[in-house]
Each structure stands twice: as structure tokens, then as C-alpha cells.
Design a protein around this ligand. Structure first.
Ligand SMILES: Cc1cc2nc3c(=O)[nH]c(=O)nc-3n(C[C@H](O)[C@H](O)[C@H](O)COP(=O)(O)O)c2cc1C
Length: 139
């Protein structure tokens, strides 16, 4: 089973999580609702960038995540600029032996007057296709 979790302060990454969930045939849930007993083949992790880093609660969640809970992690997210959460998430999970896929989905998210309307319909379509492809096109 594949699962989709995310942290989103303003709703942009939450929108993307909905599209990723459609592609993965899963439900999108906030990271703090993921239970210690939950497991996933692919865990899709949605993260935005705030002052150059991921949300602190998401970082705490990832620090608690155990290798026995996940096969691999796929990262998706939004930011005002080009920065992706992938390097930070890799730096937390890989030392614990949790594989993080190099293939990630990143798009611009609205911030103040920048990137109005993003993620837009096209972003959501691409996000859904990304998840479907990683899940083997079976969902
Ligand atoms: C307090 C704050 C700090 C931010 N810092 C950055 C940043 O350092 N780099 C960046 O590219 N975007 C930055 N952004 C923009 C967010 O990453 C962007 O709006 C993202 O889509 C927010 O996702 P969310 O709506 O899921 O919270 C910042 C936004 C906020 C609110």
C-alpha cells in the first residue's frame, strides 16, 4: 500500500497532495495523522520551504519515522522559488537507512504576489501523473 502525507501552512502543498493521492490511489493525510503502526511501500511526503527549510513539525515526524514503516519515500512540494525539500529530507532519512527516491515532484507555489494561482491545473495534472508513474501505473 502506498500512502501520502504532507505538511502545508497555506494550502498549496495540500492541493498538490490531493493530486498525488489520486495518482497513487491513496488518501492524503497531514503528517501528524500518520500513526506509528502505519506502513507504506512508497510514502509520498509533501513539503514546502519556509525560510529555506521544511516545516519543523514535518522534520520531527521524519526524525521519528522508522525504516520498518516504509519501503521508500518520494518527495513532492511547492516553494516560491526553485528550492526543493529533497536534500533536507534525504539528509534526515538516508542515514537511518530509509531510501529516498531521486525522482521528486516540485512546482512553484503562490507566495505574496508571486506565482499567483500556483499550483495550477497543469501542475496538479503533472503531479498526478508523477505519482501514477511511480506506483507502476496501476492506480
Ligand atoms: C514564512 C514563509 C517563508 C517562506 N520562505 C521561503 C523560502 O525561503 N524559499 C521559497 O522558495 N519559498 C518560501 N516561501 C514560500 C512557500 O514555500 C510557498 O508559498 C509554498 O507554496 C507554501 O506552501 P503551503 O501553502 O503548502 O504552506 C515562504 C513562505 C512563508 C509563508
Amino acid at each position: 500500500m502506498n500512502r501520502v502525507i504532507y505538511a502545508s501552512r497555506g494550502g498549496n502543498t495540500e492541493k498538490l497532495a490531493g493530486a498525488i493521492a489520486r495518482g497513487a490511489g491513496a488518501r492524503a493525510v497531514p503528517a501528524d495523522q500518520f500513526q506509528l503502526s502505519d506502513t507504506a511501500d512508497i510514502l509520498f511526503v509533501g513539503a514546502s520551504i519556509y525560510a529555506g527549510a521544511i516545516d519543523g513539525r514535518l522534520r520531527d515526524f521524519l526524525k521519528d519515522l522508522q525504516p520498518s514503516q516504509v519501503g521508500s519515500v518520494a518527495v513532492f512540494g511547492t516553494a516560491a522559488g526553485p528550492k526543493s525539500a529533497l536534500p533536507e529530507i534525504k539528509s534526515i532519512l538516508e542515514p537511518k537507512g530509509i531510501p529516498v527516491l531521486e525522482e521528486a515532484f516540485q512546482c512553484r507555489g503562490s507566495f505574496l504576489v508571486a506565482n499567483r494561482g500556483r499550483p495550477n491545473d497543469e501542475d496538479l495534472k503533472r503531479a498526478e501523473a508523477f505519482a501514477r508513474k511511480l506506483c507502476g501505473g496501476q492506480s
